[in-house]
Design a protein around this ligand. Structure first.
Ligand code: 5AD
Ligand code: SF4
Length: 435
């Protein structure tokens, strides 16, 4: 049997796209492996949100050139990076041995393109600038058995000034409610327990005036078998009261709300085109907390955005102190060609960016154990994922708020949601006993 592998970079959306790519590759008779050396097909599903992914892709392409020469391996590069002109130029000039280049708007044609390469031994470059298409009915080879991601909307209209996504994923478009509900219903029948709804701006979901994100959440909660619902990423400016109400009324919706902050400085937020201030963000957090007392938050933060002063950065630290985030995803600002922020003056020195990143990380790290204390003595519902990596006798799973919890138990519990009393905290995981 012919073998393939996929190297996926970036976000959950890309991971989800890779499951579709895998579905198509397997339909053409390829079997998955992790060993590049034995591959007949190597696929890179790329990300361009930050610079380091580019270095990784071109480094890897350089490395596998000789595997291709030896075995005749088909090399495919797709995803967000290839939607950018300068990347296509670079592939053409220095990496023209790549057989297939596809983009975010031609993912659905991966199978057809691959067939052309196998049958005609030709190179295919299949990139489209126009969007508007929604892919339905493509095969999906899911990585997990109990947790699944379901894309509900594509694209983004926000044009945050640092972000490349609107340029490579196109404008917002939502899937029809019936297709989403059917997909989740089918997943429930297959035994899936947890669903993560995906969208670049997930709470802008809109299937007509009378059917928005809160309506969809309420309908998904009615599906028997699905016991936990997460969604990423919402935009604070679109976090409407009906969504807060939907979370409050449905225990199935996770009490961990991801609410990207990006910066705690109102000046920087304005330059970022985020459309809220520091005060708006804190007020939203308070409003959600008042309605849902057991809610916790996670966030994304960028440090070193152009013209960020020490005072601006202190504002970010201030919000981190005030909100007590459960999880913070931290990023060093990375210039992206074509974005508004890339043309701004006052780009910040790399040393300053790194120094601020370290300070933010230290602040967050220093709070993790303290934040974990609130779980001790509580009983949490844990979706059991498998045996612990470090200890075969222990099981591991995730709580509603995405905490890793380790406990003793029989392997029959894998795939089930069980009550576990938390007895210890170990910073990056909690320890418990089955009730
Ligand atoms: N530089 C650094 N981080 C970025 N992100 C998006 N664009 C950039 C950039 N140019 C971060 C944001 C976003 C997350 C997915 O990636 O925090 O929420
Ligand atoms: Fe990028 Fe902003 Fe859209 Fe998120 S909301 S994808 S950060 S432009």
């Amino acid at each position: 049997m012919k073998k393939y592998t996929i190297m996926t970079m970036g976000c959950k959306q890309n991971e989800s796209d890779s499951e579709i790519i895998a579905g198509m590759a397997e339909r053409l008779g390829f079997e998955k492996t992790d060993d590049f050396k034995e591959c007949d097909l190597i696929i890179f599903n790329t990300c361009c949100v930050r610079e380091n992914a580019e270095e990784r892709l071109f480094g890897k392409l350089g490395e596998i050139k000789n595997i291709k020469e030896k075995r005749g391996t088909i090399i495919a590069v797709g995803g967000c990076m290839t939607q950018q002109k300068h990347i296509m130029e670079k592939i053409k000039q220095s990496y023209n041995f790549v057989d297939l280049v596809f983009g975010t708007h031609t993912l659905n044609k991966f199978e057809e393109d691959l067939k052309k390469i196998i049958e005609n031994k030709e190179k295919v470059r299949d990139i489209l600038d126009i969007d508007g298409e929604i892919f339905e009915g493509l095969p999906i080879k899911r990585e997990d058995k109990f947790k699944a991601s379901v894309t509900i909307m594509y694209g983004c209209n926000n044009f945050c000034s640092y972000c490349i996504v609107p340029y490579v994923r196109g404008r917002e478009r939502s899937r029809k409610r019936e297709n989403i509900l059917k997909e989740i219903n089918d997943l429930a029948l297959e035994g899936y327990k947890e669903i993560t709804l995906l969208g670049q701006n997930v709470n802008s979901y809109n299937d007509g005036e009378d059917y928005k994100f809160a309506n969809l959440l309420n309908d998904i909660c009615k599906i028997d078998g699905i016991e936990r619902i997460r969604f990423i990423s919402p935009h604070p400016k679109d976090f409407t009261d009906d969504v807060i109400e939907a979370i409050k009324n449905n225990k199935k919706i996770s009490r961990l709300v991801h609410l990207p902050l990006q910066s705690g400085s109102s000046n920087i937020l304005k330059l970022m085109n985020r459309k809220y201030t520091k005060e708006d963000y804190l007020a939203l957090v308070e409003k959600i907390r008042k309605q849902i007392p057991d809610v916790v938050f996670s966030t994304d933060i960028i440090v070193g955005f152009p013209s960020e002063t020490e005072e601006d950065f202190e504002d970010t630290l201030d919000v981190v102190r005030k909100v007590n985030f459960e999880q913070v995803f931290m990023f060093i600002y990375s210039r992206r060609i074509g974005t508004v922020a890339d043309k701004m003056e006052n780009q910040i020195d790399e040393d300053v960016k790194h120094e601020r990143f370290d300070r933010l990380k230290n602040l967050y790290d220093s709070k993790v154990s303290l934040n974990n204390q609130k779980y001790i003595g509580k009983t949490e519902k844990i979706l059991v994922e498998g045996t612990s990596k470090n200890n075969d006798n222990m099981l591991t799973g995730r709580s509603d708020t995405n905490k890793v919890v380790v406990f003793e138990g029989s392997i029959d519990l894998i795939g089930k949601i069980v009550d576990v009393e938390i007895i210890e905290e170990h910073k990056w995981y909690l320890k418990g006993i089955v009730k």
